[in-house]
Design a protein around this ligand. Structure first.
Ligand code: CDP
Ligand code: CDP
Length: 206
């Protein structure tokens, strides 16, 4: 059982992936964290983001069980992740790790940008989660404020749009729905409603 979930930044795909994994007893991998972890390592060592060889060697040493979204949450890390995500050789390395993860028994939920199109094109269930940029920026803002961190809605909205544009327009593995993905627009849905809608889709597909 593999559930592939893709969508733009802060669409709610990670929350949904976690809930579905718990519900069905599956493993979960937030593939964004693999890009974030490589980016964070390069930033920490002051290395150039465009150096593919170094990025690949960092990727080879990634330990998937130690990826922590709280540690990798910084805005600069997300931005740097999206910059290095255009490197084909790096993507090949990370996709290898992600495919190995997807083979774990009894199955897995993976979320990211290219799960349904590249990482797991044969996944029996694919979801493409969206929400309007305004709703997504509001969610990110509220998330930061609830953790006591500073957050400015206008700059978060501008950054989200910029990152979506970069992720959607790149030539390698661009963000786009797989042809057989089920679209789930959560603009008007809270987490519970989105979860119920996703379970309905999974049950129909099974
Ligand atoms: O993984 P992704 O960046 O797509 O988004 P997320 O981290 O799952 O969700 C971003 C924020 O939106 C979190 O704080 C969620 O709790 C919230 N959220 C929401 O308010 N309503 C939803 N339907 C989905 C997520
Ligand atoms: O949490 P959020 O949706 O903001 O971003 P993320 O999932 O942590 O991903 C950070 C960046 O990594 C994205 O903007 C993409 O450029 C890249 N990424 C990717 O290219 N392919 C994936 N499967 C996952 C993330």
């Amino acid at each position: 059982m593999i559930i592939a979930i893709d969508g733009p930044a802060a669409s709610g795909k990670g929350t949904l992936a976690r809930r579905l994994a718990r519900h069905y007893g599956l493993h979960h991998l937030d593939t964004g964290l693999t890009y974030r972890a490589v980016a964070a390592a390069l930033l920490a060592r002051g290395l150039p983001l465009g150096d593919e060889e170094i990025a690949i060697s960092v990727a080879r040493n990634l330990d998937l069980s130690r990826l922590d979204r709280d540690v990798l949450a910084a805005h600069e890390v997300g931005e740097a992740a999206s910059r290095i995500a255009v490197l084909q050789g790096l993507r090949d390395e990370l996709v290898r790790l992600q495919r190995d993860f997807a083979k774990r028994e009894p199955g897995a939920v993976l979320d990211g940008r290219d799960i349904g199109t590249v990482v797991c094109p044969d996944a029996p269930v694919k979801l493409y989660v969206t929400a309007s940029p305004q709703v997504r920026a509001r969610r990110r803002t509220d998330e930061l404020l609830s953790k006591g961190k500073p957050a400015d809605y206008a700059s978060i909205l501008a950054d989200l749009k910029k990152r979506d544009e970069r992720d959607s327009s790149r030539s390698v593995a661009p963000l786009k729905p797989a042809e057989d993905a089920h679209l789930l627009d959560t603009s008007e849905m809270d987490i519970e409603a989105a979860f119920k809608a996703a379970v309905d889709i999974v049950e129909q597909a099974r």
